[in-house]
Design a protein around this ligand. Structure first.
Ligand code: FE2
Ligand code: FE2
Length: 171
């Protein structure tokens, strides 16, 4: 194996978080779609598809360096939400957990002098910062638009700008 066993184990553990993110966004997208928030549904389907790419990047990397990627066990994600604001807050929390895990992976790779894995993780360090900034911005926008049932329409439009159409996202 081209990377330390400790790093392989930690990468495998991280797979669970990326898979949980796929499920989380899929569950949020589905809730949005059933409530008629099409823009938000498209945005969250796209997020779920992106997480699938992240998951596969980790999965393929583990096997490429001679390790053995394991499909993680998962719990069922939350299926219903009160507002779009809540879906964004839960998403930010989930993204933050992923960021913490990636930072720990970087620290471990560094401690083990595993420069290859540290270089591989760079993409994810940048990606996590973008994701957290995006949800921070969205939550700020939602607070500006305000609560109340009518404002949900405008919030949905905000997310639509970021997600394309549901058809595109699920094609
Ligand atoms: Fe991710
Ligand atoms: Fe993410």
């Amino acid at each position: 194996m081209l990377i330390p066993v400790k790093v392989e184990k930690a990468l495998n553990a991280h797979l669970g978080l990326e898979m949980a993110a796929i499920y989380h966004y899929l569950s949020v997208a589905s809730w949005c779609e059933t409530k008629g928030f099409e823009g938000s549904a498209a945005f969250f389907y796209k997020q779920s598809a992106e997480e699938q790419l992240h998951f596969m990047k980790f999965f393929n990397y583990i096997n490429q360096v001679g390790g053995h990627a394991h499909v993680p066990e998962l719990k069922k994600p939350q299926t219903s939400f009160k507002t779009i604001l809540e879906t964004c807050q839960k998403s930010l929390e989930a993204e933050h957990k992923v960021t913490v895990s990636i930072y720990k992976l970087v620290e471990l790779a560094r401690a083990e002098k595993d420069h290859a894995t540290e270089a591989f993780l760079k993409f994810f360090v940048d990606e996590q910062l973008e994701e957290e900034m995006q949800f921070n911005r969205l939550i700020d926008r939602i607070h500006l638009i305000g609560g109340g049932p009518q404002s949900m329409y405008y919030i949905d439009k905000e997310l639509e700008k970021l997600g394309g159409t549901t058809a595109e996202a699920t094609e």
